[in-house]
Write a new protein. Structure first.
Length: 276
């Protein structure tokens, strides 16, 4: 896609924890790529994570982005889109590429699952032996069967170039969770298509997930965007910033009176120094 074509990018945080500097960098990159192309930057709240989703945090996110000097168009939150997730899951079941799985993480570990690019690779327990229908089940993507239907696929990252779809490092991922109508993989793929996103910007830790999303786009007849996976900000210990590790919140800095637009300028310079 030529650089002069207006791009639609998005920032899609989950309101289950406060935003930190890593989120700020992702939002700034998405915002700037859209603005430089004369396109649109949209905010989407990914709020289907059950009781962990807090409406008050969504409001905090908006204040944080405004403090950083960003402007956006807001699109409907995930909680308004449950019917679309259910319909897509039914299409995938009808195509024969989903299978029910009752395995717990403990059972997957006990089966000696190999470590992949996004955690343990599912060993295929329920794919080979149908589970007890009385037990709560997730629905997994039969990646081999799905790729046999679509044939070879390619997706393009703005930094890394063309990538052949390869799910060997992910395996049969969950698309419908036991407790939720969609996993991240299914929901984000459908949402990006619904919002007209043409350039998916996110951290390099989600690079592998794009193989799944490209496959889902082919299975469901959805448009194929380009991707831009940027390098991550790291803490002093060399770990990526994360909510679960208690990385300092943007809101704390904002409430302490720090200049958000100056912080945004510093993050832009740091991003340039990373070469991404």
């Amino acid at each position: 896609m030529p650089d002069h074509v207006p791009q639609v990018t998005r920032f899609a945080p989950s309101p289950n924890g406060r935003l930190h500097l890593g989120h700020a960098l992702s939002a700034i990159i998405a915002h700037d790529l859209a603005r430089e192309s004369g396109g649109r930057f949209v905010l989407r709240i990914e709020d289907i994570d059950g009781p962990r989703s807090r409406p008050d945090l969504a409001d905090e996110f908006r204040r944080d982005l405004e403090w950083l000097g960003l402007e956006w168009d807001e699109v409907p939150a995930q909680s308004t889109r449950l019917a679309s997730y259910g319909a897509a899951a039914e299409r995938l079941r009808a195509a024969g590429v989903l299978f029910a799985c009752t395995c717990t993480r403990k059972a997957i570990e006990a089966a000696g699952a190999a470590e992949g690019s996004d955690g343990l690779i599912y060993p295929g327990t329920c794919k080979h032996t149908p589970p007890d229908p009385a037990l709560p089940a997730a629905w997994r993507l039969d990646s081999a069967r799905a790729l046999a239907l679509t044939g070879p696929l390619v997706w393009e990252d703005a930094l890394a170039g063309a990538q052949a779809v390869d799910l060997s490092g992910l395996g049969d991922v969950v698309l419908v969770r036991k407790d939720l109508p969609a996993s991240y993989h299914l929901a984000v793929t459908l949402d990006d298509a619904a919002d007209g996103v043409t350039l998916v910007t996110r951290g390099a830790d989600l690079f592998g997930a794009s193989h799944v999303h490209r496959l889902l786009q082919a299975l469901l007849g959805l448009p194929t965007p380009r991707w831009h996976h940027h390098r991550l900000l790291l803490d002093p210990g060399g770990e990526k910033l994360a909510k679960r590790r208690g990385s300092p919140a943007l809101a704390q800095r904002r409430e302490a009176g720090e200049d958000g637009q100056m912080l945004a300028r510093q993050l832009r310079l740091q991003h340039l120094s990373l070469g991404t």
